[in-house]
Each structure stands twice: as C-alpha cells, then as structure tokens.
Design a binder for this molecule. Structure first.
Ligand SMILES: Nc1ncnc2c1ncn2[C@@H]1O[C@H](COP(=O)(O)OP(=O)(O)O)[C@@H](O)[C@H]1O
Ligand SMILES: [Mg+2]
Length: 274
C-alpha cells in the first residue's frame, strides 16, 4: 500500500485546489510529518537551539510559544534550510533529510513559510498575486501557456473564498488592510499546495476581528495541511490550539494542551519569574 499522502484529502467545500498530490514521494507512513531530533544551532558559541527535539503529526495545528529569544524563528530557519544545524537531525516525513536539501528543494517538497511581514506585490491585484504564486510553482513550459485553465481559475476562486478576499479580488494588494495582506500572503502559499505551513506571528498587528477570522481560517486549514504556528497572542492560541509546545533557551520546556502548559510551574517561572 502506498504510504504517500494527499495534501487536499477529504476535501470539504471550497477546497483550494481539488485533488492533487504535490509530492508523491513524501512518506508519512508513521503519521509524523516533521521530525526534529537533538538539533543544536550555535551563533558564536551561543546556543540558539540546544538539543531541540520536536515532532509534528500529520494534519496537526501546533502552536509554539516561548519568550523572545527562545529559538522559535531559528527553528523555522532550520526547517526551511535557511540555517544549517551544527548537529541533530531534521526529517520531513520518513525519508527527506532537510539538513541536506536547499531552500528551494524544501519549498518544492511541500514546506511553505509565512514570515512576519507580508511580502505581497502591492501594485498587483489580489487575483494577480494569487495567479503569480500558482505559476511560480510550475514548469517554464506550463507558465508559458498564456491562458488559465478552468481548473486553475477554480483554484484561485476557491483560495479567494478561503482567505476571505473574494470581494477584493480586483483591488491592488497595496490597498488592503494589514490583516488582509497577511491573508493574501497565506493564500499565495496555499496556491503552492504546501503540506506543512510554518507561520511566524501571523496575527501580530491585526485587529480583533481579523484575529478571530484568522483563527477560523487556520482551523479550516488544519487536517488538510499541517500547521506550525508561532504566536504570542494567547487569546488567539487558545482559539486554535490543539497541542502547544513551549520553547525556552533553545529546548522544549513543556508540551501539552494550553491549559496544561499554562499550569506548568516551569513555564510560569519562565514567563513571570524574571
Ligand atoms: N543570525 C544570528 N546571529 C546571532 N544570533 C542570532 C541569530 N539569529 C538568532 N540569534 C539569537 O538566537 C536566539 C534565538 O533567536 P530567535 O530564534 O529569533 O528567537 P525567537 O524567535 O524565539 O524570539 C536569540 O538570542 C537571538 O539573538
Ligand atoms: Mg521570532
């Protein structure tokens, strides 16, 4: 039996994409999407990550919290190939060794990353931003075909719906609110059909209404995608969290439900004790 997975399995209504497999090779036969084991990253002798071990299951919506400097962004840098660990192992599925892949190879394998600052093309319309994101994934030959297929238009429409920008599709992205720009960038990632999405402080600077809508969006994305969300906003984390991992000084301090980690004495000490 094939152990490969399907990024858009069990498609509920309005799926961005319909059935397709980005990477027929990703082996998640053990149910885990990401394996980080004993990862150490040093900067001039300072350990930003210190034997970090963390697993993310397929379809999980994992929240990562921890004080500033805990190593959250560095962890995402390791997963995306931006930073090479000094030691330790990082695997995507059973077989893809992330420490031996380039950043483009990792993106191609199905790991999408959303940085804190939105990087949409401000002069282009919302629709054109999504179209461009879809095309950059394709072969040169496919991109040369000028017209979008019906299926491609359906994918863009479904993504517009998903990211709550259906009524804004003709607007230049530069005229969107901060929160809408964040959604557009998430939509651009979705056009590339990632299996694992890394989101670094996605609701920073959003209004309360935008934050609530983002929580709904992430809950819709989970299962079909695996999400790793770094966020300081505990109200937001409480709305979406299944399992929460607390990082501190480059290692996992605690893991569990939000209630569990918030009741953990070591966590309380780290957050309040200095
Ligand atoms: N490129 C770098 N050079 C030197 N130190 C770094 C670098 N990147 C991160 N650090 C340090 O590593 C630690 C972890 O940083 P970071 O991963 O950004 O933490 P977080 O995202 O949890 O706030 C911090 O002390 C930071 O100053
Ligand atoms: Mg950070």
């Amino acid at each position: 039996m094939s152990a490969t997975i399907h990024p858009f399995d069990g498609g509920a209504s309005g799926d961005a994409g319909g059935a397709r497999v980005l990477q027929p090779g990703l082996d998640v036969s053990h149910g885990q999407m990401l394996y980080l084991e004993d990862i150490t990253v040093s900067f001039d002798g300072f350990r930003a990550l210190n034997k970090l071990t963390l697993y993310i299951g397929q379809g999980e919506l994992r929240c990562i919290i921890g004080p500033n400097g805990a190593g959250k962004t560095t962890m995402m840098d390791v997963i995306t190939g931006k930073t090479r660990p000094d030691s330790g192992t990082a695997f995507f599925g059973q077989t893809l060794d992330l420490t031996r892949m380039t950043e483009p190879q990792i993106a191609q394998a199905g790991i999408g990353r959303k940085f804190q600052k939105p990087t949409v093309f401000e002069a282009m319309s919302v629709y054109d931003n999504l179209e461009l994101a879809m095309k950059t994934q394709k072969s040169v030959w496919a991109s040369l075909k000028a017209r979008l297929s019906g299926e491609e238009r359906d994918r863009i429409d479904a993504t517009l719906q998903r990211i709550r920008l259906k009524n804004e599709y003709l607007r230049p992205a530069g005229l969107l609110s901060h929160g809408q720009k964040q959604w557009l960038e998430i939509g651009m990632l979705l056009m590339q059909e990632p299996l694992l999405l890394l989101l670094d402080e996605p609701v920073a600077g959003m209004t309360d209404a935008e934050t609530d809508a983002t929580a709904e969006l992430f809950l819709e994305l989970a299962n079909k995608h695996t999400l790793m969300v770094v966020e300081h906003d505990m109200g937001f984390v409480g709305k979406i969290a299944d399992k929460v991992t607390v990082l501190h000084e480059g290692s996992v301090l605690a893991e569990g439900s939000l209630d569990e980690v918030q009741a953990n004495e070591r966590v309380i000490e780290v957050y309040l004790g200095r």
